[in-house]
Design a protein around this ligand. Sequence first.
Ligand code: PLP
Length: 399
Amino acid sequence: MPLTLSKRLDAVIPSATLAINARAQALRAQGVDVISFGAGEPDFDTPANIREAAKIAIDQGKTRYTPVSGIAELRRAIARANETDRGVVTAAENVVVSVGAKSSLFNFALAALEPGDEVIIPAPYWVSYPEQVRIAGATPVHIPSTLEAGWKITAEQLEQAITDKTKAVILCTPSNPTGAAYTVEQLTSFARVLRDKQCWIVCDEIYGKLVYDGFIQRSLLAVAPDLVDRTVIIDGVSKTYAMTGWRIGWSIAPVHLSKAMDTIQGQGTSSASTPAQYAALEAISAPPTELENMQKIFAERRNRLVAGLRALPGVRCAMPEGAFYAFCDVRSWLGKSSGDQRLESDDDVARWLLDTARIAVVPGGAFGAPGHLRLSYAVSLGHIEDALQRMANAYATLR
Ligand SMILES: Cc1ncc(COP(=O)(O)O)c(C=O)c1O
């Protein structure tokens, strides 16, 4: 008889984005021409100066463990960048470098949450927020948003959702999965609500530099520096510098919380990879020459993909301000059939698109928005054009 697994797993859903990518990769391995909109990572190479910095670090023998919270130079550089970007005085002691921003969020969950705590998470949400909260034994509480509202919650909704049990609020701007980003005015209205409440404010700003059409993404911390004692910034190099595989992210938090997160990390993973930390140091210290080019390309793709999705019968899509995702409403497709395949849910639509059009998309239910699809535009313009045509052809078979 197999040994039993932890009950902790009962409440946890495996990552839907990783699952769809695995299925698309398996089809590709069989020689099937799949266009994947499932990726949560830029399709660019890590810039050469960053790769070079890692090679130099390896050649210089920087290949041993580092302090759990990261090398001093990187923590200092992150603190300096935080002062420049968010305008708050920051010390290296406020920074914990982790194995990607995902593990920074996990450190927070394990260091700050306990059973009975509630964590407010606006929906649609990035898949790992509720699952990490559940693993920590706490309860996710979702605030719904709508396409009409640009996938943004209001300060009134936030105020109503906060109770005595609320231990933390997670705000992600620009958002995965919708690309929606909050304006300074919206962040100011959130700060007004949060100022009177006793809870942690977790700001996931991993897509903060990927915004388009001149949108200005400010941090909640820049808007409300007085909240610094309760704010946890989550950031990293994965998206901004096309460094997903290097696995470097960080938290910037009050020192007592950072020490607790260091303790959790010290028993979970120890430090992040040493050469990767030196690469991250180069990424945030050197002029971001490739970033502008990446922003330009993402903006072009966003415009084409959103226009193309909106041109499909019955599909609605808000224009995302940032990140590299389009989130579209396909509820009008539900109830239709293609041959003997009836589309009852977004899962069915995603499976059908993969099977018939060879397009991988992520069903919205995974992000708390059934009836929608997330398409990542970390895909070339040529593939976007091809995929839109394939989708139109597939739609034409629906009855
Ligand atoms: C909103 C959000 N936060 C955090 C992460 C984690 O990033 P990392 O690769 O640094 O772990 C992701 C990655 O998809 C994300 O979309």
